[in-house]
Design a protein around this ligand. Structure first.
Ligand code: PMP
Ligand code: GLU
Length: 416
C-alpha cells in the first residue's frame, strides 16, 4: 500500500511536460520543447575544472551535512557583498541539493502538521508562481493563501494586497523575484514597500512571520530593473531567508547545487534545523561540487553576463513572435527565460484533430499532440495561470523561430 501522503502529492507539471517531451523525442518524434527552465548552455569550463580537480585529489568522501566551512563562508561573503545582507556568517548558510531541496527542508522547518483542534499555519503566495511551492508547503502542513496578480498589474502584488492577506496565522511569505513563470520582477522601491508591510505585521498581528526570497533568477535580468534582495532591508533581515542556487545563472541544473541563508540568532537555528532534515535525507551534496561552487561565485561574472545577454536577445525574439500571433496576449518579460502568454481568448475553439480547447491544459496537450511542441500549461502556477501557457526560451534562437512558426500555424488552424 502506498501512503495517502504520497498518493496525494501532485507531480511537478514542469518536470512532467519536460519528461514527456524527452520521451517522445526518444521515440523519434520531432518535438520542439519549450518546457524546461534549463539553460541550453554548457557549464563554464573553469567550474567543471574545479570539480574535476577535486575529484582527482580525492575529495570523494562524506562532508559536513550543510557543506564545508569554506564554501559556506564563500556564499555568506557573496550575499553580504553582492546582495547587501549584513551579519551573515558561514553558520547562517546551508548548502543543499538545488534550491529545491533547501525549500523542501525549510517548509518542514517552518510548518507543523496541525493537531485536530488547530488551524494550519498560512503561507502567502503571490500567484502565478513556480509550481513546487504549493505542494511542498502543503506537504509540510501549511495552508496556501494565494494573492492574485494579473498581466494588467505587471504580475505584481501590491503592498495593500499583502497587508490584507496577512492574518495572525501567517507564518510565511514567499517572494520569487525575478519570477518564474511570469518573467516579472519587483523594483527596489516595490521591495522596500513590501518589506515595510512585513515589518509592520511582524510588530502587530503576525510575530512569527518570515519571508522566503527565492532569488534563483537574480542574474538573468535585462529589462532595466535593479535586483534588490529583500533580506538587505534591516527591519526584516533576521526574518528573511534568501534562497538561491547555481542551476540557472551558471547553467548547472544537473549539478544540484543550491543554498539558503538567514542572519541572526533565529537564522542560525533555522539553518541548523535545515541541516537536521538534510541529515536524514541526503547528508551533504556531492563532495567534489563544493570547490566548483566557490569558483562559480568568484570567477564567472563574464560567462554569466554573456548568457544573460543571450537570454535578453531571445526574449525579444520570443515576445515579438508571440505578439504577432492573433489570439495570444504576451507580456514582455524583463527577467528570467520564460514567456507567459494568455491564450484564453482561444478557449472554445476546436483543433483540426477535433479537440475543443477549454483550458490551458487542453491547449498544451493539443499543441504537443498536433503540432509537436511542448509548453507548460499554466494551471499549476496558480491564480490566472489557468489562462496562460509557459514557454521557456532557454534554447537557440533558431528553435524559438521554428516554435513560433508551429505555434502560429496551430492557432491559425483553430476553428473558432
Ligand atoms: N525556484 C525557482 C523559482 C525555480 O524556477 C526553480 C527551478 N529549477 C527552483 C527554485 C529549483 O531550482 P534548483 O533545485 O535546480 O536549484
Ligand atoms: N524550475 C524549472 C522549471 O520551472 C525546472 C523544473 C522544476 O524544477 O520545476 O521548469
Amino acid at each position: 500500500m502506498i501512503s495517502r501522503r504520497a498518493l496525494s502529492l501532485k507531480p511537478s507539471a514542469t518536470i512532467g511536460v519536460a519528461n514527456r517531451a524527452k520521451a517522445l523525442r526518444r521515440e523519434g518524434v520531432d518535438v520542439l520543447s519549450f518546457a524546461t527552465g534549463e539553460p541550453d548552455f554548457d557549464t563554464p569550463q573553469v567550474i567543471k575544472d574545479a570539480a574535476v580537480d577535486a575529484l582527482r585529489t580525492g575529495q570523494t568522501r562524506y562532508m559536513p551535512t550543510l557543506g564545508d566551512r569554506q564554501t559556506r563562508e564563500a556564499i555568506a561573503a557573496k550575499l553580504r557583498d553582492e546582495n547587501g545582507i549584513a551579519g551573515l556568517t558561514w553558520e547562517h548558510v546551508g548548502v543543499s541539493a538545488g534550491a529545491k531541496q533547501a525549500l523542501f527542508c525549510l517548509a518542514h522547518c517552518l510548518f507543523d502538521t496541525p493537531n485536530a483542534w488547530e488551524e494550519p499555519g498560512e503561507a502567502i503566495l503571490p500567484v502565478p508562481i513556480w509550481v513546487s511551492y504549493r505542494p511542498v508547503i502543503e506537504l509540510a502542513g501549511g495552508r496556501v493563501v494565494e494573492v492574485p496578480t494579473t498581466p494588467q498589474t505587471g504580475f505584481k502584488m501590491t503592498p495593500g494586497q499583502l497587508r490584507s492577506a496577512i492574518t495572525p496565522r501567517t507564518r510565511l511569505l514567499v517572494l520569487n523575484s525575478p519570477c518564474n513563470p511570469t518573467g516579472t520582477m519587483y523594483g527596489p522601491g516595490e521591495i522596500a514597500a513590501l518589506a515595510e508591510v512585513v515589518a509592520e505585521a511582524a510588530r502587530t498581528i503576525a510575530p512569527d512571520l518570515v519571508v522566503i526570497s527565492d532569488e534563483i533568477y537574480e542574474r538573468i535580468v535585462y529589462g532595466g530593473i535593479e535586483h534588490r534582495s529583500i533580506g538587505s532591508i534591516p527591519e526584516i533581515a533576521e526574518r528573511t531567508i534568501t534562497v538561491n542556487g547555481l542551476s540557472k545563472a551558471y547553467a548547472m541544473t544537473g549539478w544540484r547545487a543550491g543554498y539558503a541563508a538567514c542572519p541572526g540568532e533565529f537564522g542560525a537555528r533555522l539553518i541548523r534545523s535545515m541541516g537536521t532534515y538534510q541529515g536524514q535525507i541526503s547528508t551533504n551534496i556531492t563532495s567534489f561540487v563544493y570547490p566548483a561552487i566557490r569558483v562559480a561565485l568568484r570567477d564567472c561574472a563574464a560567462e554569466v553576463g554573456a548568457m544573460c545577454d543571450a537570454f535578453a536577445r531571445r526574449a525579444e525574439v520570443m515576445h515579438k513572435g508571440l505578439s504577432a500571433i492573433e489570439g495570444l496576449a504576451s507580456t514582455k518579460p524583463v527577467a528570467t527565460f520564460y514567456a507567459f502568454p494568455d491564450v484564453s481568448s482561444l478557449f472554445g475553439s476546436t483543433t483540426p484533430g477535433g479537440r475543443t480547447l477549454g483550458s490551458a491544459l487542453d491547449f498544451a496537450e493539443a499543441l504537443l499532440e498536433e503540432a509537436r511542441m511542448a509548453v507548460v500549461p499554466g494551471e499549476d502556477f496558480g491564480g490566472c495561470g489557468g489562462r496562460h501557457i509557459r514557454l521557456s526560451f532557454a534554447c537557440s534562437t533558431q528553435q524559438i523561430e521554428a516554435g513560433l512558426e508551429r505555434l502560429a500555424g496551430f492557432v491559425r488552424a483553430l476553428r473558432r
